[in-house]
Design a protein around this ligand. Structure first.
Ligand code: KIV
Ligand code: ZN
Length: 516
């Protein structure tokens, strides 16, 4: 069987970020991009540069950071979008402009209010303009899954003639079923006269739970790029999950005529990082990266696995990053061991001062907690990065009174731009009281959209990792923190969210914005 290369186009930082509440700061995007680079994804779609100054700068920062992957920026077909995307990805060693326009009757009539010929004209003009910036141009037919095949053939042929080197066929609304989607890819490849001049790409959403199956049907029909996200993050029900696609193809090399260049041992750390940053935690039974994905609970299964692993396991847990680096650290671990441990986990600090800061926090944690696992270090680093936003507020002191039959009360002191301010409040519980006291100081009317506490490791001395999602107007941010005391972790996460809101940027949603 021939083994073609299957290109992995990761859109966690763009389509993934469009998931309500999954917005990321520039620094968070850069950290995830580094992890995707280590994972060896072929293309990282870093964002939608025309959406806002913040998005432009985030894409540019990713382009400056990434060493291996091509960096793509998304653009509608307008000259401004194309130029913003082209400019933002310039610093990358390899850059791509990805332009798209709606091609289904409903998109053309209701959203774009354009005639089909004008849509073709806009696509061709955009692809040509993108050629001013790079040779690597991708063209997507938004809502291709509900578009007319004859029209798709016309627009794709002309986009390829204009210079598109990748053509992407999104099932934007997750409407297709595998056999139908596979047929669509096969038919288009057969009917578009210059189809051999481009790489065919699939991009499937998971509204009916078929994004991965549809993408793989597309691969069997000849697509050689799959667009996907870590943990399947994305619009509504999400996109096809990178880890499932990659491991399906890798595990079933007897079936698929292609393979990816993914460094699979980086899957789990990347998945954890994305879950950490977005606050979208992974369900235990999620394929590949869920806590139970390789756990054998029943006696019969355990017995079988002990006798011969293959009786119940089709993949090796360590191949996707489980159990690789569980070197435990403790209070006697030195700075060098700590640094090399972080480097093993792919975490490098720009300055010695940053390393000192994290090391000091590690020592504090080691005083409270006997053994420190990889997950603890990951949370610690996430917190340090999260606090790198220019902090307006800092938690200086907190006292919470919590007794049965007594209304909980919290007294909180924040440093507000360096000046201490104290407030007290009562609440339904200690966390509620602490949040109310913080709100009094911050004076914001942000709504709490999510409050989640996750135990990072086992045991009662485990750190609680808290995510709070705050919304103020159109801005949604995630605040994170971890501590062995979950009330303190909650207060720190709440303060972190308010710091992010204090420097928010409004970002336009690319598929809600009118295509012109
Ligand atoms: O789902 C979709 O159609 C998209 C395009 C912008 C590629 O995300
Ligand atoms: Zn999409």
């Amino acid at each position: 069987m021939s083994t073609d290369r299957l290109y992995i186009f990761d859109t966690t930082l763009r389509d993934g970020e469009q998931s309500p509440g999954a917005s990321m700061t520039r620094e968070e995007k850069v950290r995830i991009a580094r992890s995707l680079d280590r994972l060896r994804v072929d293309i990282i779609e870093a964002g939608f540069p025309a959406a806002s100054k913040g998005d432009f700068e985030a894409v540019q920062a990713v382009a400056r950071t990434v060493e291996y992957s091509t960096v793509a920026g998304l653009a509608r077909t307008t000259p401004n979008d194309i130029d913003r995307a082209g400019e933002a990805v310039q610093p990358a060693p390899r850059s791509r402009v990805h332009t798209f326009i709606g091609t289904s009757p409903i998109h053309m009539e209701a959203k774009l209010r354009m005639q089909p010929d004008d849509v073709i004209e806009a696509a061709v003009t955009a692809v040509r303009r993108a050629g001013r910036w790079t040779d690597d141009i991708e063209f997507s037919c938004e809502d291709a899954g509900r578009s007319e095949v004859d029209f798709l053939c016309r627009i794709i042929e002309q986009a390829i003639d204009a210079g598109a080197r990748t053509v992407n066929i999104p099932d934007t609304v997750g409407y297709n079923v595998p056999a139908q989607y596979g047929d669509l890819i096969r038919t288009l490849r057969e009917r578009v006269p210059n189809s051999d001049k481009a790489v065919w790409s699939v991009h499937c959403h998971d509204d009916l739970g078929m994004a991965v199956a549809n993408s793989l049907a597309g691969v069997m029909a000849g697509a050689r790029q799959v667009e996907c996200t870590i943990n399947g993050l994305g619009e509504r029900a999400g996109n096809a999950s990178l880890e499932e696609l990659v491991m399906a193809v890798r595990t079933r090399q007897d079936y698929f005529p292609c393979d990816t260049g993914i460094e699979t041992t980086e899957i789990l750390p990347t998945s954890r990082l994305v879950a950490n940053v977005t606050g979208f935690h992974i369900q235990p039974n999620k394929a590949i990266v869920g806590a139970n994905a390789f756990a054998h609970e029943s006696g019969i299964h355990q017995d079988g696995v002990l006798k011969a692993r293959e009786t119940y396991e089709i993949m090796r847990a360590q191949d996707v990053g489980w159990n690789n680096n569980r070197m435990v650290m403790g209070k006697h671990s030195g700075r060098n061991a700590f640094r090399s441990k972080l480097e093993e986990m792919g975490i490098k600090f720009e300055t010695a001062a940053e390393l000192d800061e994290v090391f000091a926090r590690f020592k504090d944690l080691a005083d409270k907690k006997h053994e420190i696992f990889d997950e603890d270090l990951q949370a610690l680093v996430t917190e340090v990065y999260a606090q790198e936003v220019n902090e307006v507020y800092q938690l200086q002191h907190m006292r919470v009174c919590c007794e049965n039959d007594v209304i909980p009360e919290a007294e909180v002191t924040l440093l507000v731009r360096g000046e201490p301010q104290t407030a007290t409040a009562r609440g339904d519980g200690p966390v509620d009281a602490a949040f109310k006291a913080i709100e009094k100081i911050v004076g914001s009317d942000a709504e709490l959209r999510l409050y989640s506490v996750n135990s990072i490791t086992g045991g009662t001395d485990a750190q609680g990792e808290v995510t709070v999602r705050l919304q103020e107007g159109n801005s949604v941010v995630n605040g994170q923190a971890a501590d062995t005391d979950i009330v303190i972790a909650s207060a720190k996460a709440f303060v972190n969210g308010h710091n992010k809101l204090a420097q928010r940027e409004f970002r336009e949603h690319p598929q809600l914005a009118a295509d012109l």
